[in-house]
Design a protein around this ligand. Structure first.
Ligand code: E4P
Length: 217
């Protein structure tokens, strides 16, 4: 299972990378704005900075919502750095753009996916990754993990190569449940990754080992 971090914050990206378990980064326009990264040039420079801070795929989202606009923007994003994956929204022109980029050999991440039908379309169009937003489904009393299960079953039935990227992960239990279901990737905040470390018995056990070592020395 790949671990992506879902942020545009360089310090957090570097902290996750330093842990040695990071496989990539996802961003979106809201996450860029949260870091105060605005204006086309600054945004593009920030994508390059993220690529230089990590090994692995870095999703960069198009703003255009028409086919021609998405193609133009996506090609410019892909040309920025070999690690860039073009993030395309699940809309009609987006499906056409996914197919276009698949034919060009450019990696894509189909975002804003909330149903199995949308995930099936993304796979048919040749998306590299599909991003079902589990946290946002949970937010509206709908089982986000159930969607991951449905997509896993459908993709396995037909051996689609599109990777299931569980997105909108909010906490450690999302990560663990996604791993049990067989999501290929999860993207979440740094806290959802570092939270996996924690167990009080580890802390108590380590304190005791150190205490006993001190007694014998
Ligand atoms: C995915 O790529 C999105 O950036 C992200 O996971 C959305 O998460 P949120 O619902 O916590 O905003």
């Amino acid at each position: 299972m790949k671990f992506f971090i879902d942020t545009a914050n360089l310090d957090q990206i570097k902290e996750a990378e330093a842990l040695g378990v990071l496989d990539g980064v996802t961003t979106n326009p809201s996450l860029m704005a949260k870091e105060g990264i605005t204006g086309q040039e600054n945004i593009l420079n920030h994508y390059v900075a993220i690529c230089e801070a990590v090994e692995g795929d870095v999703s960069a989202e198009v703003i255009a919502t028409d086919f021609e606009g998405m193609v133009k923007e996506g090609e410019a994003l892909a040309a920025l750095h070999p690690q860039i994956v073009v993030k395309i929204p699940m809309i009609e022109d987006g499906v056409k753009a996914l197919k276009y980029f698949a034919n060009q050999g450019i990696k894509t991440n189909c975002t804003l996916v909330f149903s199995a039908g949308q995930a099936l379309l993304a796979a048919k169009a040749g998306a590299t990754y599909v991003s079902p937003f589990i946290g946002r489904l949970d937010d509206i009393s709908t089982d986000g993990l159930n969607l991951i299960e449905e997509i896993r079953e459908i993709y396995d039935n037909y051996e689609f190569e599109t990777q299931i990227l569980a997105a909108s992960v909010r906490h450690t239990m999302h990560v663990i449940d996604c791993a049990k279901i067989g999501a290929d990737v999860m993207t979440g905040p740094l806290s959802s990754i570092k939270g996996l470390l924690k167990h009080p018995l580890t802390d108590i056990g380590l304190a005791k080992f150190l205490e006993d070592y001190q007694k014998g020395n």
